[in-house]
Design a protein around this ligand. Structure first.
Ligand code: MV4
Length: 448
């Protein structure tokens, strides 16, 4: 096992990784930018190294500085967390060529799933359902229009290098398809330096259901069941839960088995998430694979009792997973609310500044994963998530009641948060019965 790990991230996930390391008896070094110099978790690490100024390019995205910090701290491995460099296969390669283990998948697997067109081809080979559309990239208009005539509108245009909803366009007719392809190509070139786009049938009123997977280097590839993340606004998840409230057990099993087939075909090891779109008749289609630990991993930890960060570290150290597929049970219901420092009354404008007052909920079934405290200054430079409130109860109805109570107990001032919207979700009849889709929050709760 490693004796020391570098944590190449910030905020709640840096603290989450630090806690996992401490329990495993592993020393930690954490990097930070000048904007994060007063964060209390820096005091909890064995070593904290300033790597630069607030802009991510000068610190959390700066590969030479992170590698230098790892050399100074003399670590054997780097945990990238999520965001920043977590899905950067070049960074993974640099780490390993410096004889520092990157706690994540092999470079080849990251590349195979990171390109959406390549991933879709792999899915077809592994008999994982995909949405009907172009077999690969679309480059000429005539080919796109011909295909659209075959599969019918609406059509969605996606960037091969995209993900998480970036660079997508929906077209309802030939005119908007033509324009959409041009716009999407330009946007993709600009954002990812890769203008490759592809098209698919647009599945309306779908749910976002994703499968947590993890595999070791000893032939064990497991799923840890699914999470339902349909409650989102502009591709930012607000609420995640496990199990999905709507899936039939036969569909749940088929979905999870499909996810494992795909990651086996990709030669994938360590933790990852396979995202699916589930339509009204519970047909499911692969969306994309996220080659990292995700924000919402705690809901899976709660229903399975497995510490995903510790398992990631075991796998990276060459050890087998501490469990077998047959041991992974999905018990009770877990719900997570991402608490963002944003003002719902002002179109979710960021609400940075000093947290003057803070009272966090507690009691049975509650977990609060956060790096913040009274007196903490939320820097304006990074994403606005200040913590994750997770509940785990024997049934979904009880979990909703506990989450509602916890959100009511939560007090924070003068920072504005997403809590009022999340309370509305917990009280919503459609959410209660599971009758929602990925457009629900914006269409129904925000009246867009
Ligand atoms: C889709 C889709 C409908 N049809 N693909 C959004 C994020 C990226 N992972 C893929 N996304 C979508 N792909 C087809 N063929 C609808 C979405 C989508 C969505 C998916 C998951 C969660 C929220 C979403 C919000 C809008 C659109």
């Amino acid at each position: 096992m490693f004796s020391k790990i570098l944590i190449a991230n910030r905020g709640e996930i840096a603290l989450r990784i630090l806690r996992a390391c401490r329990e495993m008896g592993i020393q930690t070094a954490v990097v930070y930018s000048t904007a994060d110099k007063d964060a209390a978790y820096l005091q909890m690490a064995d070593q904290a190294i300033c790597i630069g100024d607030a802009p991510p390019a000068e610190s959390y995205l700066n590969i030479p500085r992170i590698i230098s910090a790892a050399e100074i701290a003399d670590v054997q491995a780097i945990h990238p967390g999520y965001g920043f460099l977590a899905e950067n296969d070049h960074f993974a390669e640099v780490c390993r060529s410096c004889k520092i283990e990157f706690i994540g998948p092999p470079v080849s697997a990251m590349a195979a799933v990171g390109d959406k067109v390549a991933c879709k081809k792999l899915a077809k080979k592994a008999k994982v359902p995909t949405v009907p559309g172009s077999e690969g990239a679309v480059d000429d208009e005539r080919q796109a229009l011909k295909l659209a005539a075959q599969i019918g509108y609406p059509i969605i245009i996606k960037a091969a290098a995209g993900g998480g909803g970036r660079g997508m366009r929906v077209a309802h007719n030939d005119v908007s398809l033509r324009a959409g392809i041009k716009q999407a190509q330009a946007e993709a070139e600009n954002a990812f330096k890769d203008s490759t786009v592809y098209i698919e049938k647009y599945v309306e009123y779908g749910r976002h259901v994703e499968v947590q997977i993890i595999a070791d280097n000893h032939g064990n590839a497991c799923h840890l069941w699914e999470r339902d993340c349909s409650m989102q606004r502009r591709h930012q998840k607000l609420v995640e839960e496990s199990p999905s409230p709507v899936l039939k057990n036969s569909v749940r099993a088929a979905l999870c088995e499909a996810a494992v087939r795909l990651i086996k075909a990709a030669g994938y090891t360590n933790a990852g998430t396979v995202e699916f779109l589930v339509d009204r008749d519970q047909s499911f289609y692969l969306l994309e694979v996220n080659a990292r630990i995700q924000v919402e991993h705690p809901v899976t930890e709660e229903v399975t009792g497995i510490d995903l960060i510790q398992e990631q570290i075991r796998v990276a150290a060459g050890l087998p997973l501490s469990f077998k597929q047959k041991d992974v049970k999905q018990t009770g219901a877990a719900i997570e609310c991402r608490i963002n420092a944003e003002d719902p009354a002002r179109n979710f404008a960021p609400s940075p500044g000093v947290i003057q007052e803070l009272r966090v909920p507690g009691g049975p079934g509650i977990r609060w994963d956060s790096h913040v405290y009274a007196g903490y200054r939320i820097p304006p430079n990074y994403d606005s998530m200040i913590g994750k409130l997770i509940v785990h109860r024997p049934t979904r109805a009880l979990a909703i009641a506990t989450m509602k109570r916890a959100l009511q107990e939560f007090h924070i001032a003068p920072i504005k948060t997403t809590i009022p919207l999340q309370l509305r979700i917990m009280e919503d009849q459609h959410f209660g019965s599971g009758d929602v889709d990925t457009g629900f929050v914006e269409r129904v709760l925000l009246g867009k």
